[in-house]
Design a protein around this ligand. Structure first.
Ligand code: 5GP
Length: 184
């Protein structure tokens, strides 16, 4: 059975990270580590959270065809290292947790990839959660809300949309989708 390239996307705050953690814990999957030009946040580790790099090195990687996909997001470049994913695919299913523009590039290059959009049960509630989050400026919040709307507007181009209403149910639904795809 061929190993699966699973692409998960969804707006910020929707709970993607927790879903990915649960999938990884259940075994059989590995997570792709992306490259980014964004600065590390507190607690993030080189080669674990991301491969943190500078723009010049990232752009060299683009020119050399080293990325499966890449995109610019809030002023930083993010990309999936091709060789890294190909290596991981030899041993099991690989999860990419990436935003929509990159996800759709993966679909074009690898139509067999399984794209799942994680959506909130209630968009309005997610907006108010984003609005309440931390000390971000009104402009930053507007940017995030616009981005959320953009991400969700692409859900029809995904193979499935899973609503993260109940975390365990969402994880089970994703596992079920994967199982069905692999046994089709
Ligand atoms: P953050 O900076 O909060 O870690 O991530 C910002 C966004 O970039 C998230 O939506 C995340 O899913 C996305 N992202 C992370 N890695 C990649 C990648 O390799 N490619 C693309 N296209 N997006 C990514």
């Amino acid at each position: 059975m061929k190993n699966l390239l699973l692409v998960l996307s969804g707006p910020s705050g929707v709970g993607k990270g927790t879903i990915v953690e649960k999938l990884l814990k259940s075994g059989g999957y590995s997570l792709s580590v992306s490259c980014t030009t964004r600065a590390p946040r507190e607690g993030e580790k080189q080669g674990v959270s991301y491969f943190f790099t500078d723009r010049q090195t990232f752009e060299k990687g683009i020119r050399e065809g080293g990325f499966l996909e890449y995109s610019e997001h809030f002023g930083n470049l993010y990309g999936t290292p091709k060789a890294f994913v190909e290596e991981k695919l030899k041993t099991g299913d690989v999860i990419l947790e990436i935003e929509v523009d990159g996800a759709l590039q993966v679909k074009r290059a690898h139509p067999e990839a399984l794209l799942i959009m994680i959506a909130p049960p209630n968009e309005r509630e997610l907006v108010s959660r984003l609005e309440k989050r931390g000390s971000e400026s009104a402009e930053k919040i507007r940017e995030r809300v616009k981005r959320m709307e953009y991400e969700l507007s692409k859900k029809n181009e995904y193979d499935y949309t899973v609503i993260n209403d109940d975390l365990d149910a969402a994880v089970e639904e994703i596992k079920c989708i994967i199982h069905n795809r692999k046994n089709a």
